[in-house]
Ligand binder design. Structure first.
Ligand code: TXA
Ligand code: MG
Length: 340
């Protein structure tokens, strides 16, 4: 029997569209009833709930074990929804939204007085973004309202970049994990504070300062006065296995010392180096986008092995590299005292 290729392609497309729509409908149904759905975004998986349902928002805090004064990002289906949440929106916010949304940029703006206090943790600002993963964007547009979505991990732990990371951490505590495949970018969004002058980056992330500079007209600096928030705690994004960091040229000596102490070590670096026999080399891509795409998945993977320590090299502090260094340093801070 000959198969009509064109008809086959059409049938496959229809089947994919049907599955896509079923997934979107299921997610929206759960969210409308106040449930929690882990949703894929281009940065990391988020734990989504109806931003206007205080009980659903409270569940997000409870499931993550997150302190209630740490504010949440509200995810929207379009930039026009900015008006629902923020006030005194400067012209540059619209320009940034036009250029970078949907995408890995979160804007901090003055909140409207009616925004529930539970979302903003007592702050006068609100964090807003439009994510670009097609499934989540479709969920947001069908939901017709904001969804809070912190990274879908227990407070303080590594962010999930694959559905199975969420399942391993929060499986029994969420109503559904929508598997949208591995996250493209793999590192959280850049948070830009537009409520201060000049605008400042309060969390480096998936969008570089250089890219922002093209719209802002100046290179935004990282703010040292960021309000106390999970992403700005010195120890955060932590794997279970202690993580040590070193400049590339120090790696060999550090690895040799750890192995001599009888430690089971994995060395994460872009190039193969001379290592003691019992140390394992794990390759991290040199290209910074690739590196961001793989870093958390790799740390999740290493956490499954019974290692005493992971020794990782620091990427150059350039573009995405500054976000990668930020996450690595915070992840390492969680364990340093135990391994020194
Ligand atoms: O890429 C991302 O941003 C992911 C995906 C799921 O969208 N979300 C994410 O959310 O990383 P979360 O909650 O894990 O981190 C949000 C960060 C926290 O450091 C929080 O304190 C900060 O944003 N934040 C939220 N609202 C804020 C506000 N009003 N003022 C200052 N910081 C705020
Ligand atoms: Mg987080």
């Amino acid at each position: 029997m000959s198969i009509n290729r064109k008809a086959l392609r059409k049938a496959v497309k229809r089947a994919v569209e049907k599955l896509f729509q079923e997934a979107v409908d299921k997610a929206v149904g759960i969210l409308k009833q106040g449930g929690l759905v882990a949703l894929p975004t281009e940065t990391v998986y988020g734990l989504a709930a109806d931003a206007k349902n205080p009980e659903a928002v409270a569940k997000v805090f409870a499931v993550k074990g997150r302190p209630s004064n740490h504010p949440l990002i509200v995810h929207m289906g379009s930039k026009e929804e900015l008006n629902e949440w923020a006030t005194d929106i400067p012209e540059v916010a619209w320009k940034l939204a036009e250029t970078f949304w949907p995408g890995p940029l979160t804007l901090l703006l003055r909140r409207k007085p009616e925004v529930p206090a539970s979302i903003v943790g007592g702050h006068e600002t609100i964090a807003l973004r439009v994510p670009s993963h097609p499934l989540t964007l479709a969920v947001l547009q069908a939901f017709k309202g904001g969804l809070v979505a912190p990274s879908a991990n227990t407070f303080g732990r590594l962010s999930p970049t694959r559905a199975e990371h969420v399942e391993q951490d929060l499986q029994d505590k969420v109503d559904w994990v929508l598997d949208g495949g591995p996250c493209d970018i793999g590192i959280e969004s850049t948070i830009l504070d537009l409520s201060c002058t000049p605008p400042a980056i309060v969390r480096p992330g998936g969008l570089s300062a250089k890219a922002l500079a093209e719209v802002l007209g100046f290179l935004p600096q990282e703010s040292l006065n960021a309000p106390a928030a999970p992403g700005s705690l010195p120890a955060h994004y932590a794997p279970r296995t202690p993580l040590l960091l070193a400049e590339p040229e120090e790696l060999e000596a550090r690895a040799a010392k750890l192995c001599a102490q009888g430690k089971k070590v994995a060395v994460v670096h872009t190039q193969k180096i001379t290592l003691p026999e019992n140390a394992q080399w794990v390759c991290l891509p040199e290209d910074l986008s690739q590196c961001a795409h793989e870093l958390y998945a790799l740390l999740h993977e290493l956490d499954k092995q019974q290692l005493d320590v992971v020794l990782a090299s620091l990427p150059p502090a350039d573009g995405l590299g500054s976000a990668l260094r930020d996450r690595l340093v915070r992840a390492a801070n969680a364990h340093t005292p135990q391994v020194l």
